[in-house]
Design a binder for this molecule. Sequence first.
Ligand code: SF4
Ligand code: SF4
Length: 363
Amino acid sequence: MSQVFFFSYAGNKNPLTGIRRLFERSAFESMIPEGKPVAVKLHMGELGNIRYIRPVFARTVVDIIIKRGGKPFLFDTVANYPGSRETKEKYLNTAAKNGFVEASMNAPIVITDDMDDLRTIQIKNPIGGCKLKEIKVPAEIFKSSCLIVLSHVKGHELTGFGGALKNLGMGCVSTETKRAQHAVNAPIFAAEKDCNECKKCVDACPTHMLEIADGRPRKKPSVECTYCGTCFFICPSGCWVWPPGSREKLQIYMAHAASAVLSPYRGKVAFVNFIQDVVSYCDCAAPSGNPIVQDVGIAFSFDPVAMDKASLDLIDKSPVIPGSTKIMPPDILGKMHHTSSLVQIETAEKLDMGTTEYKLVAV
Ligand code: SF4
Ligand code: SF4
């Protein structure tokens, strides 16, 4: 059984006090290596998104690391879709607009892409039909001898729920590996839908692989799809759909990638889940929706499986905000996105990343 330390927001308590208390109570502070780099992984938000982790939360974690003699840096990878984080330059610009700069964080902001050194990690003994053979991870992250993963808990169009496992499996890997995972959910044109030939998908496709033929878009076989999903999201008529079962497959792939990322860090990694601003869509979306349950609190664990399972359970117990959704617990986020969020958690458990059996320790 794993411990999940939990700071509840009930009673108007200060979240910054909560972060400090979680680090003290878990004794993670003593694991921070003196004089060595410490990576703080987080999503710094798409431009226009307002639900990402507040900069002051990340700054509080940075201050804790510095106080213990560590050398923190904030870390993320570029996105696999056109937008405000698709290149390092754009991401740094967006991070700055969202409040993450060295001056405010007291730590450098490091964004990597596939031009940086990458480390290849083999996937051993895949389960659940995962066909990933290897993943690539920016070598930058491995300069750190200990890793702190800050995750905003929210919904996701494809994985139902996004927390610590998603932050590891999708957020810590190269663009090539993101694409290898997203290949399972390449959007398909639904023949029964009425395409009005507006060409929005054609014009927005970053690889220019779409063209209109016979009154509908078709993929040019000579051009490669990046599985960015732009055609799906941009179509005003809902003509693009995800392949059946792809939401579950993506969760299975993501859990494998998360396990591989974590393999060099066993025993030197901590997860902090911010269970607040629990909206339907992820921090890549702008807008990502309004909260669907009352803000819950902050959780901390050394076990990402227990961490995400506890977060889902805490969301289930939090009162639904009237008027936000008619869907009822359990797993509101999964049901909202026509999947079960447990797929990623149970796959990660089978991959020996942790356990769904946990004990909540109030701090
Ligand atoms: S076809 Fe769709 S998923 Fe593929 S690259 Fe173009 S926009 Fe992205
Ligand atoms: S965006 Fe939708 S409606 Fe417009 S051309 Fe593409 S498939 Fe047709």
